[in-house]
Design a protein around this ligand. Structure first.
Ligand SMILES: O=c1nc2n(C[C@H](O)[C@H](O)[C@H](O)CO)c3cc(O)ccc3cc-2c(=O)[nH]1
Ligand SMILES: C[C@H]1O[C@@H](n2cnc3c(N)ncnc32)[C@H](O)[C@@H]1O
Ligand code: SF4
Length: 328
């Protein structure tokens, strides 16, 4: 019988659902399609979150990760404590309902980060870009996007042994030299703490809600950026790319060939880029399989970090893996 070697590589994704404590944000990133002005977005009520999560337990597509993604209340605001407690309670609720929370709500104080570690299996914050010039442009009204502040967050997460996701936002006015510097900064943190499980390469994609309407990142360049990241970052870091923002299957495959191995959280709705719905898992698998790529679900915490987590969270993970044997 004629036989040939069939190449088969694995690319992972996290079956995820995003909940948004609030869209209100004191920053104005000009590319943002998410924010509303402070006081203009009612906070997600705990009772509503509970019924939402209960429904998710019976969703046709099984969900494991709850991505808690929020607009920000100023650290000095009188409402900061209530905002933080609200986020903490939403994470507790997600755990209670049998999910694994991953929180990305902007920069936190050391103490806030320490507390959230108790109710998250991993956390995230995009570095965006280390280029200070962006303070005069897209981040002019976004104090939270200070590169030093974000770098300090990576350091604190390392000190606290929190499995962490970070990444670069591409196409917001930076140069290719800035990509190198930002990637090298992440590599340096990894050498110190070893806590960065993945780096997202996120192409800026214009949407209907933003002030800016900049031109989209040129996706043809993405495979080269992935290759650059693969060359600079250590092998312990997985490179993540968002399939809903990479609309051409051939480009998605080119990014995988260049070294990307994860497609991030895939769920019904992308809260950050609502104009770019996620493809279904079936469709993605159908696109990737003929090219030699196997799509595989993963947890929001990679196995080598599980011993860093509080023991209750480790128990919860065991339970979930047992109950979702048909998924994982
Ligand atoms: O697991 C994470 N996924 C992050 N993702 C990916 C996310 O899991 C999915 O792409 C969807 O947004 C989920 O609905 C981001 C996606 C973006 O468009 C912008 C930023 C992020 C940030 C994170 C993050 O901190 N952690
Ligand atoms: C939560 C993360 O979403 C990313 N983000 C915010 N707005 C956009 C956009 N229009 N396109 C792509 N990514 C965006 C930023 O990197 C932020 O940190
Ligand atoms: S990107 Fe995040 S920090 Fe910037 S305005 Fe939007 S919600 Fe706020």
């Amino acid at each position: 019988m004629h036989s040939r070697t069939v190449r088969s590589h694995t690319v992972t994704y996290s079956p995820a659902y995003t909940i948004v404590p609030t869209y209100e944000c004191f920053n104005h990133c000009s590319y943002c399609n998410f924010r509303t002005d402070p006081g203009q977005s009612p906070w997600l009520r705990l009772a509503d979150a509970r019924s939402l999560l209960q429904q998710l337990r019976n969703a046709p597509e099984p969900v494991i990760e709850i991505l808690v993604l929020s607009g920000e209340v100023h650290p000095k605001s009188a409402r900061r404590q209530a905002w933080f407690e609200h986020i903490y309670q939403l994470c507790e609720l997600a755990l209670e309902q049998g999910f694994l929370p991953h929180t990305n709500v902007g920069p936190l104080s050391y103490e806030e980060m320490r507390q959230l570690k108790q109710v998250n299996v991993s956390m995230g914050l995009m570095l965006e870009q280390m280029a200070p010039e962006l303070h005069q442009t897209v981040h002019q009204q976004a104090p939270s996007k200070s590169p030093e502040l974000r770098l300090e967050q990576l350091r604190w997460a390392g000190e606290l042994q929190i499995p962490f996701t970070t990444g670069l936002l591409l196409g917001i006015g930076e140069t290719s030299d800035d990509w190198r510097k930002s990637l090298q900064t992440i590599a340096d943190q990894q050498a110190k703490f070893g806590h960065i499980q993945e780096v997202i390469l996120q192409p800026y994609s214009p949407g209907q809600q933003e002030d800016w309407f900049g031109s989209a990142f040129d996706l043809q360049q993405l495979p080269a950026v992935v290759a650059l990241a693969r060359a600079i970052l250590p092998d312990t870091i997985v490179i993540q790319i968002p399939p809903n923002l990479i609309d051409q299957p051939a480009l998605l495959v080119a990014c995988l060939e260049a070294g990307a191995r994860d497609l991030g959280g895939i769920g019904p709705h992308d809260e950050v880029n609502p104009d770019y719905p996620h493809p279904t898992i079936e469709r993605l698998a159908a696109q990737l399989h003929p090219q030699g790529w196997q799509l595989k679900p993963r947890l929001p915490v990679y196995s080598q970090y599980q011993s860093w987590l509080p023991s209750q969270l480790q128990q919860q993970i065991k339970l979930i893996v047992k109950n979702s044997f048909q998924v994982l």
